[in-house]
Design a protein around this ligand. Structure first.
Ligand SMILES: [Fe+2]
Ligand SMILES: [Fe+2]
Length: 294
């Protein structure tokens, strides 16, 4: 527990995040950085940027609700304090991705309309499943749903987006880099804290494994909607036409993100997230369940 207390303490959080990799940033990136002109001028790329960012806001709002809700369900003081730091991290993520919507031209009064218009209904179902467990103050299921499933999803999506945007959009890539560092801490907590609770409550396993399977299905359905859409295909052509994507090769898990077809991107993302779930669930003594493929 000593190690656990140190790595997930507020002191460690202060030194590594606010006084560490976030120092000097403004809404997650160095001051003065802006969105690329092309994203603001090309209507299709602009709408795709809004759509993508809205999914990030929806996911992070869910994480904010879940991490704050789990504080009062946590059985020990160290977990409560860690979840307090996570709550602030998630609130920051909501804020920086909301700020990106403003940077993309959304007016403050339009924010909720834009979110309602673009929020993927499958991602909303994914979030509802998790928040149901949190509302019941079910700590074990809530932490697995949040710190393994939701964060495993976020971690991989952010990493892939980070690789794709490093050259094309440094401002967005820098914003993502800080969230990736935060999410790494969050998934670590899930694994370290929950293993012993699962061992103490073996009767809960089946139900939690079913939750993972169901959440994974809604996640895959969200990916299917995003990658199989017509705009997703055209988006790449627009970057290429402007000399962007081809001039900026970006590789992730061995796939060249600038030349791969959307189907290939969907596949590598889904495979990476599911492999992560399998690995992390195995470490805490849960059996990964293969979701249906939408
Ligand atoms: Fe987050
Ligand atoms: Fe997180």
């Amino acid at each position: 527990m000593a190690d656990f207390l140190g790595a997930y303490s507020i002191q460690h959080w202060l030194e590594s995040a606010p006084q560490g990799y976030l120092e000097g940033t403004e809404y997650g990136h160095p001051p003065g950085e802006a969105e690329p002109k092309l994203l603001l001028e090309d209507p299709l790329l602009h709408e795709q940027a809004l759509r993508t960012t809205v999914q990030l806001v929806v996911g992070e709002r869910c994480a904010l609700s879940a991490s704050s809700g789990l504080i009062n369900a946590a059985p020990d003081e160290a977990s409560k304090r860690f979840l307090a730091t996570q709550t602030l991290d998630e609130a920051r993520h909501v804020e920086i991705f909301t700020q990106r919507l403003y940077d993309l031209g959304v007016k403050k009064g339009e924010l909720e309309d834009v979110i309602r218009r673009f929020a993927n209904p499958n991602l909303v179902k994914f979030a509802e499943l998790l928040l149901e467990k949190v509302d019941k103050k079910d700590f074990v299921a809530g932490v697995v749903g949040q710190n393994i499933v939701l964060e495993g999803l976020a971690f991989n999506v952010f990493e892939m987006m980070h690789a794709a945007n490093r050259e094309l959009n440094p401002k967005f890539a820098h914003t993502l880099a800080g969230t990736i560092a935060d999410e790494r801490r969050h998934v670590g907590f899930g694994e370290n804290r929950i293993g012993s609770l699962i061992r103490d409550n073996p009767s809960r396993k089946g139900e939690i494994e079913r939750m993972q399977k169901e959440m994974s299905y809604w996640m895959l359905a969200t990916f299917a909607d995003s990658f199989r859409s017509a705009p997703a295909r055209e988006e790449r052509e627009h970057w290429r036409a402007a000399g962007g994507a081809s001039a900026a090769p970006a590789s992730w898990h061995g796939v060249d993100l600038s030349s791969a077809e959307p189907e290939e991107l969907e596949q590598v993302l889904a495979d990476s997230v599911l492999a992560d779930f399998k690995l992390r669930l195995g470490r805490i003594g849960l059996q990964y369940q293969t979701p249906a493929r939408p």
